[in-house]
Design a protein around this ligand. Structure first.
Ligand code: GLV
Ligand code: GLV
Length: 326
């Protein structure tokens, strides 16, 4: 029997994915909770044809050069800002991601964040556990209505559109912005296209669903918070650096906006001394947008399928840089 291709898997993904890979490759799986150091990945991939990476692994040209046989990097995520895709293409390395399967799950989480900050769910829970609940009070923990409010969706891809469908159920006015108008999606969701500044002025809830790239880095900062105004909320479940976090802290502290809810932060994990952690008008969860049992299994299957296709010379089911094959 000819020797089987080797792959490195940088964390314990759900077993369904590992089982698929085990059928075709000799696999080395990093067993720890914390990610392997870059130098460790470089050692472990030296004779690998495939790498299954997480969004916590920085995959750049130097790392890929440590694996001369590398054919594919399969990212266990829809986002791929942790991978230098140009460097991969230049080396003929295909890059896979996991779009589609996590759309509804991530929109569910973004929606939960929106509801939590609007109705002060986390503050309320803390209040009860602190044994402060004495009686029913006319002015206790007043929040903002979600139904019939205006939602502004930045980035109208799959997840942005899934947010629009949820918002429709709450009788919201739905506005969105993106690089291009999507008339099809407008018809389906009832969303109206706006330029970013107009969206920020019009919206009670601004929710971000873009990729992180040079154009979206710090897209939302001090100027944008001023446009949003004191009754508005920001939701971010995309990538932390799309928001200028120092400006966000100032805006929350000075009540330039009313609140924010974040699944992602500029640095992850958020530093222990981040001043955001001192504020009551922000909810922060640890990047769990796609974290449902069902979806993590689907992502494992998709990431395994991309990895297997890459090492066996088949087209990847979901490829970010198909031009790398030519
Ligand atoms: C998670 O953030 C992902 O990109 O899948
Ligand atoms: C994710 O699947 C997106 O493109 O929004």
């Amino acid at each position: 029997m000819s020797s089987r291709p080797k792959v490195f898997i940088s964390r314990m993904i759900p077993q369904v994915g590992l089982d698929m890979v085990a059928e075709v490759a000799e696999m080395d799986v990093w067993p720890e909770q914390m990610p392997p150091a870059k130098s460790v990945i470089m050692e472990r991939i030296a004779d690998c044809e495939g790498l299954l990476s997480l969004l916590t692994d920085e995959v750049d040209g130097a790392l890929m050069d440590a694996a001369p046989k590398l054919k594919v990097v399969s990212n266990y995520a829809v986002g791929f800002n942790n991978i230098d895709v140009d460097a991969a293409t230049a080396r003929g390395v295909l890059v896979g991601n996991t779009p589609g399967v996590l759309t509804g799950t991530t929109a569910d989480l973004a929606w939960s964040l929106l509801m939590s900050i609007a109705r002060r769910i986390v503050e309320g829970d803390k209040y009860v556990r602190a044994r402060q609940w004495k009686t029913w009070e006319p002015q206790l923990l007043l929040g903002s209505d979600v139904y019939e409010a205006t939602i502004g969706i930045i980035g109208f891809g799959r997840i942005g559109q899934a947010m629009a469908r949820r918002a429709a159920g709450f009788d919201m006015r739905i506005v969105y912005t993106d690089i291009e108008r999507n008339v099809e999606a407008e018809k389906e969701t009832g969303a109206e296209f706006m330029q970013l500044d107009d969206l920020l002025r019009a919206s009670d809830f601004v929710t971000i669903h873009t990729l992180l790239n040079d154009d979206t880095f710090h897209l939302i900062g001090a100027r944008e918070f001023e446009l949003m105004g004191p009754d508005s909320y920001l939701i971010n479940s995309s990538r932390g650096p799309v928001v200028d976090e120092t400006a966000l802290y100032e805006a929350l502290k000075n009540e330039t906006i009313r609140g924010a809810a974040l699944d992602v932060t500029e640095e992850e994990p958020i530093p222990d001394d981040s001043p955001l952690l001192e504020l009551d008008n922000v909810v922060i969860v640890p990047h769990i947008g796609s974290a449902s049992r069902q979806t993590r299994n689907k992502m494992a299957r998709m990431a395994a399928a991309n990895l297997i296709a890459g090492i066996t010379g088949e087209p990847l089911p979901n490829c970010v840089n198909p031009e790398a094959a030519s």
